[in-house]
Design a protein around this ligand. Structure first.
Ligand SMILES: Cc1cc2nc3c(=O)[nH]c(=O)nc-3n(C[C@H](O)[C@H](O)[C@H](O)COP(=O)(O)OP(=O)(O)OC[C@H]3O[C@@H](n4cnc5c(N)ncnc54)[C@H](O)[C@@H]3O)c2cc1C
Length: 340
């Protein structure tokens, strides 16, 4: 059996980016996904413009929208932060994920779609009808990660439940985060070109009557009937965890690399892919340990999660979150500009 340098399970933003980075470095990469592409993925689709810095090509053409402001709302109070520069792209995940996958394939990656990974053993990946051998196996299958079930990886904690819908009208070019509808979590309204994505997410204990709450949001904002409604559960970061076990590692949602305050995971998916490509390079070319990846995540990704947790804690405990946000508006504007 032909032994691949790296087998990547899952062709979301994490898996396709890693496949692309490694293939450009000259590695023999096999990318597997259970879906047929292009495939839909429930997502509001927003990420910092600086995500483009990881790639030598522009993401502008695949973006549906460019956003330069945001608004926090609770009941009748609001805090608007409007900037003079765009801070975020919004993408349609069906198009965006397919775009990244095509870049990976063009760079030489072997891709097999409709290939569901069922089991992973030491260097062997099993689908229903095949088995593949790789020097390194990467789990990038998001919340349903099979690689994560191998070895000593822990079970997901802190799952967030979401419901979202695409509405067939455009919305003003700012993100709305509305805290009026649930005690934990928030509702969002994100412009996406000629559509708008509306949804909300909370921890499971607080997630009751999802459809009723979604209907209430649509009614309050006077939105028309949605084109579709999706439900999805995925893991927020809780605390540092094992991300490397023997010759396997986890990236993106499969590694719980989702911001615990915003629920955003696209940027971290690509960033973790970038860090994993550096560790894999050192491992396969210089015989270094794969555990370097764990240290890189600790250094480059976790700090932002800690700051986000602190920010969340403050918001949950101040008597008036909107008033507090208004007070720190210049700081929010500074952060938005510098993190975009
Ligand atoms: C409603 C909602 C809104 C969101 N909004 C935002 C947002 O605005 N901004 C943001 O940054 N993040 C957002 N997120 C989070 C974001 O969608 C994820 O963090 C991101 O998709 C993670 O990418 P990934 O590549 O790790 O995993 P995924 O995108 O989940 O990709 C995993 C891939 O693995 C494949 N797969 C799964 N199991 C198997 C298997 N057994 N064998 C083979 N293939 C398999 C799947 O088909 C899929 O293609 C949102 C999530 C939800 C649910």
């Amino acid at each position: 059996m032909n032994i691949k340098d790296v087998i990547i399970c899952g062709a979301g933003p994490a898996g396709s980016s890693l496949a692309y980075f490694l293939s450009r470095e000259g590695f023999d990469v096999l990318l597997l996904d259970k879906a047929k592409f292009p495939r839909a993925k429930p997502c509001a689709g927003a990420f910092q413009i600086s995500l483009g810095d990881f790639f030598p090509f522009s993401l502008e053409d695949v973006a549906e929208d460019k956003i330069s402001g945001f608004s926090f709302r609770k009941n009748r109070n609001s805090c608007d932060v409007l900037l003079d520069v765009p801070i975020s792209y919004v993408v349609d995940r069906k198009k965006f994920d397919d775009f990244l996958l095509r870049k990976a394939i063009e760079s030489g990656v072997e891709f097999i779609e409709e290939c569901k990974v069922l089991k992973v053993e030491e260097g062997i990946v099993y689908s229903a009808s095949n088995k593949f051998r790789g020097k390194i196996v990467v789990g990038a299958e998001g919340v349903s990660s099979v690689v994560r079930r191998f070895g000593r990886y822990r079970k997901f904690k802190n799952m967030i439940k979401t419901i979202c819908a695409d509405i067939p009208i455009s919305f003003e070019k700012k993100f709305v985060f509305d805290f009026s509808y649930t005690e934990g979590g928030y509702a969002w309204i994100f412009p996406k070109g000629d559509k708008t994505n509306v949804g909300f997410g909370t921890l499971p204990g607080d997630f009751k009557d999802g459809e009723i709450i979604l209907s209430k949001i649509l009614e309050d904002y006077e939105f028309p009937e949605p084109l579709n409604v999706y439900k999805w559960t995925y893991p927020l970061f809780t605390s540092p965890e094992l991300l490397v076990w023997r010759n396997t590692l986890l990236i993106g949602d499969a590694a719980s690399l989702v911001n615990p305050a915003s629920g955003g995971g696209i940027y971290n998916a690509v960033q973790s892919a970038n860090l994993a490509s550096k560790a894999i390079n050192l491992c396969l070319r210089e015989g270094k340990t794969l555990k370097i990846y764990q240290d890189l995540v600790k250094k480059h990704i976790y700090p932002m999660f800690y700051y986000s947790k602190i920010f969340n804690l403050i918001l949950e405990n101040v008597p008036s979150p909107i008033l507090f946000l208004r007070l720190i508006k210049p700081f929010l504007a500074y952060l938005a500009k510098n993190l975009s």
